[in-house]
Design a protein around this ligand. Structure first.
Ligand code: XMP
Length: 311
């Protein structure tokens, strides 16, 4: 692909589409939404309002890290604290689909919907890529962002038009364009991270305390496996407990699962053959550094039949 041509073409098209109107987008820090932010900002400058919504489901230090990274690129990002709204929408829910729906509804119908209205934006930029469209149309993914492809007229329903500058690219193309634009490696080379964030890695109820546990495990896994070369690696908190023994006392502790996979597009995956030493180190750090966790498991299941995430 000719990255220069793609960038110039998209910038020209964005300018033509948006004209003098205001536009808005939600940045997650993932490579797709980051590239959209950079392209739209180059095209329309401060007529783009970019928000980062802190849903309480993010990884350790993530909201600040993303805002700071974009500040260094000269792109202002407004940090919106919506932690309480997400936590209260998730309270009491244990069914995976209900949890996903609660995150989607809180994001689109409540928090982002409100921000879009307040901003007066007529255009909404979205980081949809070709794979999202294909998987949604094929019914593989229950993607919430492919509105037009599902026959929803956003202009009529919500008063804004969705613009999707990346809809002809796949992930490798998005990474190529991001590198071409000299975006920092922590964005361009970032491993996939799901939209509903840590909610996909807490089996059972998502609470502030349980998020803190999975967040701490995630930080250890990401630190230990950063040089693994794997496609994706993550930590999951199960809803079961298991008996353990610590300081000569029995405890009914929590269980963390570590998942690390090889894949090219996440449609199929196999478990990475991690060295025994590495697995031992991961296990020992997780059970010693995180309070109340007394067991750590490594998931060997390929996709299919298992999915990558746990909900
Ligand atoms: P699954 O769990 O479906 O995940 O095997 C496949 C890949 O997609 C990511 N994933 C998501 N990405 N929104 C996203 O943007 C989501 O709701 C979502 N669910 C899963 C997952 O991390 C893996 O890379």
């Amino acid at each position: 692909m000719d990255c220069k041509k793609f960038v110039e073409g998209q910038i020209a098209q964005i300018r033509q589409t948006v004209g003098q109107a205001m536009a808005i987008n939600a940045l997650s820090g993932g490579v797709d939404s980051s590239l959209v932010t950079v392209l739209a900002h180059r095209a329309i400058g401060d007529r783009l309002k970019t928000v980062f919504i802190d849903s309480a489901l993010m990884r350790e230090g993530e909201p600040k890290r993303v805002v700071d990274t974009f500040a260094k690129m000269g792109i202002p990002v407004e940090l919106v604290d919506a932690r309480e709204e997400f936590l209260s929408a998730l309270a009491g829910l244990t069914d995976p689909e209900e949890k996903r729906q609660a995150v989607t509804d809180t994001f689109y119908s409540k928090v982002f919907g409100r921000l879009v209205k307040e901003s007066g934006a007529k255009f909404l930029f979205h980081g949809t890529i070709l794979t999202d469209i294909e998987e949604t149309v094929a019914g593989i993914k229950r993607q919430h962002n492919i509105l037009s492809q599902l026959g929803i007229d956003t202009e009529q329903a919500y008063g804004y038009t969705v613009v999707e500058p990346l809809k002809t690219l796949r992930k490798d193309g998005v990474r190529d364009v991001s590198r071409f634009l000299k975006m920092p490696p922590e964005i361009a080379e970032r491993i996939p991270f799901p939209g509903p964030a840590l909610a996909t890695r807490v089996v059972g109820e998502v609470t502030r305390e349980r998020l803190a546990t999975v967040r701490a495990a995630t930080a250890i896994v990401e630190e230990e496996l950063a040089d693994s070369g794997a496609f994706q690696y993550l930590a999951v908190l199960l809803s079961d407990r298991a008996t353990g023994i610590r300081d000569n006392k029995r405890e009914f502790g929590q269980i963390i699962v570590v998942r690390c996979i090889e894949s090219t597009d996440a449609r199929t995956a196999t478990a990475t053959e991690l060295p025994w030493d590495k697995l031992n180190r991961l296990c020992s750090r997780i059970v010693s550094e995180i309070p109340d966790v007394s067991r750590c498991l490594y998931d060997l299941t390929p996709k299919p039949p298992a999915t990558v995430e746990y909900i």
